[in-house]
Design a protein around this ligand. Structure first.
Ligand code: MN
Length: 298
């Protein structure tokens, strides 16, 4: 018996006409975070379109990693960028930012991952920022290659700005070649099977499933029956309480109520995204309960 735990994805419609359905593994009801990673959405491969109108964020970074299809990102900082496979978009909300995301072209194949990183106190109320990073570092070993999106893996470090010790990397694995990936023992980690089956820790992880690895490991062995892509995330366990609702992360119920009200009032906090004729995604109604921090049950 190991402390590894299999996390099944749940399907969530992102909205919009013929809009994308995403497969969400974090937050999971048993596990709110892996390090500071608090949200993992996997979409496609699909010919559905991404049509996400302007919406706000607080207290987090959005990390967008397409494997197929181009995504146009526009935000309240004035950014207007077409993101291509192999490139990273990193948006830091600080106290408030808004953005839109649209697939480029109609009916093109879309495949990718969007993740959130919770910002720690200090950064979570800071200024917003946006980075588009087309040239991420690569590393690897026997049977594996890695592109390091965030943080550090093996001997290389991404230049993406981080606010807590973490790692996010895309691993490509060769069929039938066992690979040993070095891990930081002080981190917790999880692996997501992006496009095929992965044998890890005695589990056969199917497409879209995630395995949360027992903390304290200094490496993990992965093996694939066919060439496959795996996402590795990890970091120092994030101990600040996270109240997550819709697109906001705060520390208290009141933080969320204020953020929702500010969005509904079009407050300066969230700025404006040009090019959408004032269209935005309205906040849903708040639930009739006090929002509380998500708790870990593993
Ligand atoms: Mn967003």
């Amino acid at each position: 018996m190991t402390g590894d735990r299999l996390l099944e994805p749940r399907e969530v419609p992102l909205g919009g006409v013929r809009g994308l359905t995403v497969h969400r593994t974090l937050p999971h009801r048993a596990l709110p975070t892996v390090g500071a990673w608090c949200f993992v959405d996997h979409f496609g491969p699909t010919r559905e379109t991404m049509t996400v109108l302007p919406h706000p964020h607080t207290g987090l970074q959005t990390v967008t990693w397409p494997l197929a299809g181009d995504i146009r990102h526009r935000d309240s900082l004035g950014s207007d960028v077409v993101l291509k496979p192999g490139e990273l978009n990193l948006m830091t909300s600080g106290d408030g930012v808004s953005h839109s995301e649209f697939s480029v072209g109609d009916g093109t194949m879309m495949h990718g991952i969007q993740l959130w990183v919770a910002l720690p106190d200090g950064a979570r109320t800071g200024p917003p920022a946006f980075e588009h990073i087309p040239d991420l570092p690569r590393t690897g070993g026997d049977g594996w290659r890695a592109t390091v999106l965030m943080g550090e893996l093996a001997d290389v470090q991404s230049k993406a700005v981080t606010y807590s010790p973490l790692v996010g990397a895309e691993l490509t694995l060769g069929a039938g070649k066992p690979a040993t990936i070095p891990l930081k023992a002080g981190f917790e980690h999880a692996v997501l099977a992006v496009d095929g089956t992965v044998r890890v820790g005695g589990f056969d992880l199917a497409h879209r499933q995630m395995l949360h690895l027992e903390p304290g490991r200094s490496s993990v062995d992965l093996e694939v029956p066919r060439d496959a892509t795996v996402l590795l995330i990890g970091g120092e366990p994030f101990t600040e309480p996270l109240v997550m609702w819709w697109n906001f992360i705060g520390r208290t119920h009141e933080d969320i109520v204020q953020a929702r009200e500010d969005w509904e009032q079009a407050a300066e906090r969230f700025g404006q995204v040009d090019g959408h004729d004032g269209q935005v995604i309205p906040a849903p109604p708040l639930p009739h309960v006090r929002l509380t921090p998500r708790r870990r049950r593993v």
